[in-house]
Design a protein around this ligand. Structure first.
Ligand SMILES: [Zn+2]
Length: 412
């Protein structure tokens, strides 16, 4: 028996169906009755079981997939997972009919999260973020993004990014950290937005870049956030400090933040309910990913749908994420987002699953190693107790994850 080409295999999945997600969401890239081999944390062979090369059964650990489905480990490419306190109080006040002003006088809104985040120690922030991360992980998430943006001063922004780094040591997940200093204007800078942007560009970004605390920089470009000029200053500072760029844009109005981000070769533009035709063209040309956030759409009871058909026709990759945050999406479930992407945004199940695998990876600059079942890619694998991939989007509330592997090692 010649086992030269399989001698390095460590584990081999047999009796398994594969949703490779190598087709950009047009299909599942399914290989039914497949097999998949792993060596040194990477996928080293996959295909139809009947085409399996000869292997030495004494050297390889064989996993019987029992006819289940294997997908890439899920990727949540937009979260604000680290924050102090919560906003249940404000949620309740709103439902009791209190006005925006009354809520704000009671210290509600983002100001309350900033206050709680500044007051919390690194250990406290870590302890409060861990259950949220655990919830995502138990649903199959192996990679995610975590943003700062509730400190709005140098010390607290750095503290949040350090907590994001620590989280990756507590659970077997890959974490990409994004600096979102321009999330909102801190009260001490009321009516001095440009001065705050000076602080972000001249102090925060260089310090964070030198300490290697972030992979990307994000801006809330919106009427109630920062304008185009301020946004561009931040993009320029990110670029000159060697950091990737992302943007929260076109959520409540069409300001053109997406087109500006395209000029700076941003990885993604996120939200996009009010994205224009020109914005879509710019995204397609710059090969940016459109990150849609159905949880925020639902929680805020928005009615303007993102231009999904136009994005689809322009060939823009669409990712789906939880946007976990205390104000507009306190929802730690990527499985629920799969359901909402289909029910609220009318994505097909294949598009929705692509949104949390291959396209989620693209939004984080990880598309060369994660988000697809492909030879040479990281063996981040989720095994599901389902008969067909659409079940991941169709049903919610019964977690069908049966096992989870990170770089080839079983973690659930
Ligand atoms: Zn967000």
């Amino acid at each position: 028996m010649d086992t030269a080409q399989t001698n390095h295999w460590q584990t081999l999945w047999i009796n398994i169906h594969l949703a490779t997600m190598t087709d950009g969401g047009k299909s599942y890239g399914a290989i039914e009755e497949g097999a998949l081999a792993v060596s040194e944390g990477k996928i080293s062979w996959l295909g139809k079981a009947k085409n399996l090369p000869v292997f030495d059964k004494r050297r390889v650990q064989v996993i019987d997939g029992q006819g289940q489905w294997l997908t890439p480990g899920l990727i949540d490419c937009h979260t604000h997972l680290v924050y102090g306190g919560n906003r249940a109080n404000e949620f309740e006040m709103r439902l009791q009919g209190k006005s925006y002003q009354e809520i704000s006088q009671a210290g509600g809104g983002i100001v309350s999260t900033v206050k709680a985040t500044r007051a919390a120690s690194e250990a406290e922030l870590l302890a409060s973020a861990l259950p949220r991360l655990m919830a995502l992980h138990q649903e199959g998430v192996t990679s995610l993004e975590v943003k700062s943006g509730y400190g709005l001063d140098t010390i607290t922004e750095i503290k949040m990014l350090k907590v994001a780094s620590e989280l990756a040591k507590k659970l077997p997940v890959t974490i990409k950290r994004t600096f979102l200093g321009a999330h909102a204007l801190p009260i001490e800078y009321t009516d001095q937005a440009d001065a705050y942007i000076d602080l972000v560009c001249d102090e925060m970004i260089p310090k964070i870049a030198v300490a290697q605390l972030a992979d990307a920089v994000d801006v809330f470009c919106e009427g109630i956030g920062f304008d185009l000029k301020q946004t561009e200053r931040i993009f320029a500072a990110a670029q000159s400090n060697g950091l990737s760029i992302k943007v929260h844009a076109e959520q409540l109005s069409n300001l053109g933040g997406t087109e500006l981000a395209a000029k700076y070769q941003a990885l993604s533009s996120d939200h996009l309910e009010f994205l224009s035709v020109d914005g879509i063209k710019a995204m397609a040309k710059a090969d940016m990913t459109a990150v849609l956030l159905p949880g925020a759409f639902y929680f805020l009871r928005e009615t303007q749908l993102p231009p999904i058909n136009a994005l689809r026709q322009a060939g823009v990759a669409i990712a789906i994420a939880t946007d976990v945050n205390p104000g507009s999406s306190p929802i730690c479930s990527l499985q629920l987002m799969l359901n909402m992407a289909c029910t609220l945004f009318k994505l097909t199940p294949a598009e929705a699953i692509a949104g949390v695998t291959c396209h989620g990876a693209k939004a984080l600059g990880l598309s060369a190693s994660k988000g697809q079942l492909k030879v040479g890619f990281d063996a981040d694998l989720a095994c599901w107790r389902i008969k067909q991939p659409a079940e991941l989007c169709y049903q919610f509330g019964v977690n069908p994850l049966s096992s989870l592997f990170k770089a080839g090692l079983q973690v659930i």
